[in-house]
Design a protein around this ligand. Structure first.
Ligand code: 5AD
Ligand code: SF4
Length: 467
């Protein structure tokens, strides 16, 4: 079967349903309907929600921020840690009252969390007022599900992951005006032992380079100046695909597009971060000077248990290569504290790595047991309270590193995208092409422009001036 022909017909079918909802919904609700999309979790989810909003807009819905007056409410959920799941259940619970007052309101839950069987079952039994539960591979069929429900259809639990077809050209409503997300691949093949993502998002699949380039060019035309390429592991973009374009090549192709803009990307797996990629970043001036390289643990013993395919030495060698090639690079990372079997000695290796590398910032997490992952079966003897103490120690170490990092920015001039109003009267705020945020005196008319900013001081954030 020709996959792109299949994808086109799926898209056409859904756009057909969207048109039908457009004329049917006002007769059900008595006026133009409103939709509220509530997003949990990572940037991939934020990006998926922008596609959901795009489809809802095509169906005639006005997008609102509050659930109160919405005729359609969808929760786009995250499964990476238990805490996120608890929050989602709390939120779904609040819709019971809405459904009682306005029975025509449609309540939907989609995303990674519901792709787990036990969660879908819990919703089926304990949350009877939820109308749709949609897995990660069927979200593009939203128009069809809404149409059928408005026509009197029953509850929908659609969780099939069989069809891996990427549906291109779905309508999109982006949240930002200058900074935007652009997914280049979906799924993950790595099976880190703590992580639920490969089970709920399925195997890795990359978009065609032509499709990415076309969407990128359209975003530039629409005024976007800072675009982040998204994937669970962008460094393995194109692996196993006939087009032969790897991530480094894709970056070069995007860098060649005319105009002034910044290309960012996340997330990178250290095992796939090649010298070719580092050289590409160095040579491509529009590619951001930021590498997010999650190391998770500084202990080689724990890294092996995590199935990460690198050890402490290899990671440090990669960091050395990155710093040598791209001296102005900002490094960030993810860390898990309290993985099953981790001892204080292992944790101290994480601390020492943090002190050695001097990351610009860190995303730190206490290990959360995920049902169905190999780590969930590993013995875990350290108490939550003890893990909490280690976690605080890590935060303190990073605070000191960050304090020392400030010095390297002072007195330097950066090209900055002026992307928002600052809370300070008469000031605007912007991002460098790394991770720094700087505030500077500027007129609101500078919004969306690049300016040269000299960073002069630090007061809970960088302050600079236009030069
Ligand atoms: N527990 C805690 N943190 C986790 N992450 C992924 N799975 C878990 C888990 N079970 C973290 C990793 C990953 C980031 C997105 O979330 O650090 O890089
Ligand atoms: Fe999870 Fe590892 Fe895949 Fe990242 S690379 S999504 S941590 S399995």
């Amino acid at each position: 079967m020709n996959l792109s022909v299949n994808a086109n017909s799926i898209l056409d079918e859904q756009l057909g349903y969207a048109k039908r909802v457009l004329s049917l919904a006002p007769t059900v609700y008595g006026n133009n309907p409103k939709a509220c999309v509530i997003t949990f979790g990572c940037q991939q989810n934020v990006s998926d929600s922008e596609r959901l909003k795009g489809m809802l807009y095509e169906m005639g819905y006005t997008i609102v921020d509050e659930t109160e007056n919405a005729d359609f409410i969808i929760f786009n959920t995250c499964a990476v840690r238990e805490h996120a799941e608890d929050r989602v259940f709390g939120n779904i619970g609040t819709t019971k009252k809405i459904k009682k007052e306005r029975p025509n309101t449609i309540i939907a839950v989609c995303g990674c969390m519901v792709q787990q069987k036990h969660i879908a079952e819990k919703i089926r039994k304990s949350y009877p007022y939820v109308d749709f539960v949609l897995g990660t591979h069927v979200e593009h069929r939203l128009p069809e599900f809404i149409y059928k429900r408005l026509n009197g259809g029953g509850r929908v639990f659609e969780l099939s992951m069989e069809d891996n077809t990427i549906i291109e050209d779905l309508p999109t409503r982006r949240d930002g005006k200058f900074k935007g997300w652009l997914p280049i691949m979906y799924g993950c093949n790595n099976f880190c032992t703590y992580c639920i993502v490969p089970y709920v998002r399925g195997r890795e699949r990359s978009r065609e380079p032509e499709k990415i380039i076309a969407e990128f060019k359209q975003m530039i035309k629409d005024g976007y100046k800072d675009i982040t390429l998204l994937g669970q592991n962008v460094n393995s973009y194109g692996k196993g695909e006939a087009h032969g374009v790897n991530f480094a090549k894709l970056l070069r192709m995007l860098n060649d597009i005319e105009g002034e803009f910044v290309i960012r990307f996340m997330t990178s797996h250290p095992k796939d971060c090649t010298i070719e990629l580092l050289d590409t970043i160095k040579e491509c001036k529009k590619v951001s000077r930021h590498l997010h390289l999650p190391f998770q643990s500084g202990s080689s013993r724990i890294l092996a248990l995590m199935n990460r395919y690198y050890n402490r030495e290899k990671y440090l060698e990669l960091i050395k290569n990155a710093k040598e090639r791209i001296p102005d690079v900002d490094l960030t990372s993810d860390i898990i504290v309290g993985f099953p079997g981790e001892t204080y000695e292992d944790f101290k290796e994480t601390l020492s790595l943090v002190n050695e590398v001097k990351f610009a910032s860190l995303f730190t997490f206490i290990y959360s047991k995920r049902k169905g992952t190999p780590a969930a079966e590993m013995p875990d003897n350290i108490s939550r309270a003890e893990k909490g103490k280690w976690f605080s120690e890590l935060l303190l170490a990073q605070e000191k590193v960050a304090e020392n990092n400030i010095q390297k920015f002072l007195g330097k001039t950066y090209r900055v995208l002026c992307d928002s109003h600052s809370e300070k009267e008469g000031y605007m705020s912007g991002h460098t092409n790394g991770t720094a945020v700087v505030e500077f005196k500027a007129d609101a008319s500078m919004l969306g422009c690049f300016v040269n900013i000299k960073i002069e001081s630090y007061d809970n954030g960088f302050i600079g001036k236009i030069i």
